[in-house]
Design a protein around this ligand. Structure first.
Ligand code: BES
Ligand code: MN
Ligand code: ZN
Length: 495
């Protein structure tokens, strides 16, 4: 989709749809006031009769408004102005984006970002509006054609504003690219998106962008490094595991890199600890951690951020087979730590631990892993916040702040040593399950043992990576949080 800026009075803009916002009982925004005046008071009349809905997330589509060049005016509700904050503003933008998407519009002009509220700036509001419109426009067509008569996606969107907003618009496009990539990879079926497919994706990113290099470790390479935990998971699958390493060098070589590690289980059957049919249905999404780190990597390369970034994707498939790893097996990880496998469905940590150990060779500034790791995280935090665990307060704060800024939020959970003993077993250094209680935290404890000498954070995205429902699917999260974090490391200017 093409984005542009137009600095003109909204009533004059020739477009299929003009998008403005209104609060419940507050003052009109500049664009709403302009339409109000051009139409001889139609906006306030319809607000008075209740024909325009002002509640947060509500939208009203008006046709042929007098004195206005646009064919339609889409009015989005911000809700009560005194309650308006960044997450609520973002929801209003998403609702507007969804209404645009649901109607057969190919172009629009958006002014929804012209309402001032709280402590935020015009750049931030424009960026969120543009990103929301772009995200709402996503359409999956790889294995299903668009039906005749189903609404086509937008081709272009213009936004009100002058050149002072240009950088924010470019940034929105960078974010949008990463979200869309993460989302598409998540949505692809597991018979297409397998470890080799993810490797080819990484290779096409490496070809397309400057400053990007790719290395792929095959199973023999991993065996040589002693990655028996990762390879144990892969043993039951006929699709060979790949450890995908993408490097982006945007800063001087002496800058320590940020390393992102993604869980790329392209299908999680549970292995011999087989999942039930109901629980297995959604497990093509078990590579969404990998998808989101690839998305953030892509955003970073597109925006040519002055950082050094390494992205490690541990791509495997977890299947039952005569050669599959079994409950009771004891495997030695690359780090030398021995692990008793009591549940082959706790495979994410088995895969991640070797990828985390491998990350140390890059002398990282920080390591952040992202994984659809535990059903327990989804139980604890639902579908709105990703779960964050970290051994470093500053890194944790930075990630939470980034998530708030882009409205791709996370919530921190404890990494107290008291939880560690739940991993004790007489037969190995630890077992791969921690029992019924605090499942997300014991998974974090497990990973923490491989990151004792590193500044490390873990994002559990089991509840946030996708939505299960008729026209939902992967969300692309938390590629936005990660990209914002990288931007924040460079500059404090654009929030
Ligand atoms: N990929 C799943 C976690 C998951 C489940 C994510 C449901 C999203 C929705 C993971 O590999 C898994 O199976 N975890 C187990 C761990 C348990 C066996 C300790 C879980 O959460 O049940
Ligand atoms: Mn599993
Ligand atoms: Zn899994």
């Amino acid at each position: 989709m093409k984005f542009s800026l137009i600095n003109e009075s909204p009533r004059l803009i020739q477009t299929e749809c003009l998008v403005i916002g209104v609060t419940t009982g507050g003052d009109l925004s500049a664009s709403a006031r302009d339409i109000e005046e051009a139409s001889g008071g139609e906006i306030s009349r319809m607000l008075g009769t209740g024909d325009i809905e002002t509640g947060l997330g509500k939208t009203t589509l008006l046709h042929g408004v007098n004195g206005v060049a646009a064919q339609r005016v889409l009015v989005a509700g911000y809700g009560k102005s005194e309650k308006l904050d960044q997450p609520r503003f973002d929801r209003a933008c998403q609702a507007a984006g969804k209404t645009l998407r649901d109607h057969a519009l190919t172009s629009c002009h958006v002014c929804i970002h012209d309402l001032e509220f709280g402590a935020n700036d015009p750049q931030w509001r424009l960026r969120q509006a543009a990103l929301a419109v772009h995200r709402a426009n996503y359409l999956y067509t790889v294995t299903k054609d668009m039906k005749d008569g189903s609404p086509a996606p937008l081709e272009s969107a213009s936004f009100s504003g002058d050149e002072s907003l240009e950088a924010a618009l470019v940034q929105a496009e960078g974010f949008a690219l990463g979200f869309a990539k993460a989302r598409l990879l998540g949505d692809l079926p597991p018979n297409i998106c397998n470890p080799a497919f993810l490797a080819r994706e990484a290779s096409s990113i490496a070809k397309e962008y400057d400053k990007v290099e790719l290395e792929i470790l095959e199973e023999e390479d991993m065996a040589e490094l002693g990655m028996d935990a990762l390879l144990g998971v892969s043993r039951g699958s006929t699709n060979a595991a790949k450890l995908i390493v993408l490097k982006y060098s945007g800063a001087d070589a002496d800058h320590q890199p940020t390393v992102l590690v993604g869980k790329g289980v392209t299908f999680d059957s549970g292995g011999l600890s087989l999942k039930s049919g109901e629980n297995m249905m959604q497990m093509k999404y078990d590579m969404c951690g990998a998808a989101s780190v690839l998305g953030a990597f892509l955003s970073c390369a597109k925006l040519q951020l002055p950082v050094n970034l390494i992205c490690i994707v541990a791509a495997v498939e977890n299947m039952p087979d005569a050669d599959a790893y079994r409950p009771g097996d004891v495997l030695t990880s690359m780090s030398g730590i021995t692990i008793e496998v009591l549940n082959t469905d706790a495979e994410g940590r088995m895969v991640l631990c070797d990828a985390l150990t491998y990350s140390e060779k890059f002398n990282p500034r920080v390591v952040i892993d992202v994984a659809t790791l535990t059903g327990a995280c989804m139980v604890a935090l639902g579908h709105h916040a990703s779960g964050l665990i970290s051994n470093n307060d500053e890194l944790a704060e930075d990630l939470l702040t980034a998530g708030n800024r882009i409205v791709d939020r996370a919530w921190r959970m404890p990494l107290w040593e008291e939880y560690q003993s739940q991993l004790d077993t007489p037969f190995a250094d630890m077992k791969n399950v921690g029992g019924m209680s605090a499942g997300m935290l014991t998974a974090g404890c497990f990973l923490s043992r491989f990151m004792e000498d590193q500044t490390w954070a873990h994002l559990d995205i089991a509840g946030t990576a996708w939505k299960w429902g008729a026209d939902d699917g992967a969300t692309g999260r938390p590629s936005g949080l990660l990209t914002q974090y990288l931007i924040d490391q460079v500059t404090e200017s654009t929030r």
